[in-house]
Design a protein around this ligand. Structure first.
Ligand SMILES: C[S@@+](CC[C@H](N)C(=O)[O-])C[C@H]1O[C@@H](n2cnc3c(N)ncnc32)[C@H](O)[C@@H]1O
Ligand SMILES: [Zn+2]
Length: 316
């Protein structure tokens, strides 16, 4: 747990001044101050969290899934971000912080910022890794981080605010997005009447890139795994269906079908060169490949937006 990982990067959600981090508070030059929570995260929502923010129970279920059924998805994200050689990484809609922790394990010199609108998520993420700073913030309001603060930004089954992501990334920085494919959790969705995936998601993602990002890599992971009744219950409980009451579950097949895409931030100073500090490993132009992995029931629904180009809410 180290908020200091975000020192010099955080801004005031009220006036956008740079926040100075002390041991118990963060303060901007205009005098706005925010208490560091006992658990080590910093709440920069400047208001109550939305009622649909992920709960502690959902986070517990998600944590078990990421450590089990989804372990290959976590590895895929870590490998993908490590290939960028990033030194500062933000995970928007980070949930438990496990993805970012795996990324930081793969990048020994990097620091990470886990951002989520859920206080329960921020609390968990604060304990996820010693080089990880955890903040509570609303992606749709624009993250309270200075322009060009990070050189990689991950968004995994979470709301995407593309214009703000572009603002946050340094020239040439990489956006890494994980989305579910139509086959993702197909059997579970049919068996338990779960919320359907947003079928226009890929189209919306492509449209939202226009002029801000260009595609660099894409890797698809598919697999079918046998899950115990408890694992099935966890997959249901960790997602938006948790808001609709948990069904009685039995053991069953779980299809994992997700794509992890990397995009380069476009801009006047990033068009000509691949200007990230590459170290071991490198990005290559991977075509779609079929391998493995576990996904999510559905992505979080985008809500309202304040910051230029954003994706439209899914039609479900
Ligand atoms: C489906 S979960 C994915 C969590 C994590 N990325 C993972 O894959 O394990 C979506 C996450 O987005 C967060 N979220 C939803 N709306 C958000 C918003 N407006 N701003 C920031 N986070 C949000 C939720 O609290 C939740 O943790
Ligand atoms: Zn301020």
């Amino acid at each position: 747990m180290s908020l200091q990982a975000a020192a010099g990067l955080l801004t005031c959600p009220l006036c956008r001044g740079l926040l100075e981090l002390g041991p118990t508070t963060a303060r901007c030059p205009a005098g706005h101050s925010f208490d560091v929570a006992r658990q080590g995260y910093l709440n920069l929502l400047a208001g109550p969290q939305p009622r649909n923010a992920d709960s502690a129970t959902m986070l517990q279920a998600r944590s078990r899934v990421l450590g089990g059924l989804y372990v290959d998805v976590v590895a895929l994200v870590a490998r993908t971000v490590a290939a960028t050689g990033a030194r500062a990484v933000v995970d928007a809609g980070a949930g438990t912080g496990q993805y970012l922790a795996a990324v930081l394990d793969a990048l020994p010199d990097a620091v990470g910022i886990a951002s989520d609108v859920s206080v329960a998520a921020s609390r968990r993420a604060a304990a996820a890794h010693p080089r990880l700073a955890s903040i509570t913030a609303d992606t749709w309001r624009g993250l309270p981080l200075r322009d060009g603060a990070v050189d990689a930004l991950t968004c995994i089954f979470a709301p995407r605010n593309m214009s703000d992501f572009s603002r946050l990334l340094a020239p040439g920085g990489r956006l890494v997005v994980v989305t579910p494919e139509p086959g993702h959790l197909r059997t579970l969705r049919a068996s338990y009447g779960l919320l359907d995936l947003d079928r226009d998601k890929d189209l919306r993602l492509e449209q939202s890139l226009d002029g801000l990002f260009e595609p660099v890599t894409s890797e698809r992971l598919t697999r079918t795994v046998d899950a115990s009744a408890d694992q099935v219950a966890d997959v249901i409980a960790m997602g938006p269906n948790a808001f609709h009451g948990a069904p009685v579950t039995g053991a069953g097949r779980v299809e994992i079908d997700v794509t992890c895409r990397t995009y380069r931030r476009l801009g006047p100073d990033s068009e000509s060169a691949d200007d990230l500090p590459h170290r071991e490993g490198h990005e290559d132009e991977r075509g779609p490949s079929v391998d493995a992995v576990p996904p999510d029931l559905a992505e979080a629904s985008p809500g309202r937006g304040h910051h230029g180009r954003q994706e439209q809410p899914p039609g479900r």
